[in-house]
Unconditional design. Structure first.
Length: 112
């Protein structure tokens, strides 16, 4: 696998976590996305903004209960990028040798 064939936007754990979390098609608020990814506020804001600039996700502001809330949704380009990454990783894994069977330790504690 050549590093140049991988999407640099999905090459960071933070951005990959954001895209993977949104891959189910549900909209998420900033708080929900923060909780699901474990990212700090600043990191989530920066990484989500980069993904939005690339067209991978959409962020919009809406009013909820008198508060302004940022919501995120994965765009088709973002989902396609995640699928391409998964396909490339799957292709790389298919070239691996099958794992050796696990060796079980002998347990002499059982009396039959």
């Amino acid at each position: 696998m050549n590093a140049r064939t991988l999407d640099p936007l999905l090459g960071t754990p933070a951005r990959l976590a954001i895209v993977a979390t949104l891959a189910d098609g549900r909209d998420r608020t900033f708080s929900e996305l923060k909780s699901a990814t474990g990212l700090a506020d600043g990191n989530l804001h920066v990484q989500a903004s980069r993904l939005a600039e690339a067209g991978y996700l959409r962020q919009r502001r809406e009013r909820r209960g008198g508060r302004s809330v940022t919501c995120y949704r994965l765009e088709e380009d973002g989902l396609e990028a995640l699928r391409r990454l998964a396909d490339r990783l799957q292709a790389a894994l298919s070239g691996l040798r099958p794992p050796r069977p696990e060796r079980r330790e002998r347990d002499d504690s059982q009396v039959w």
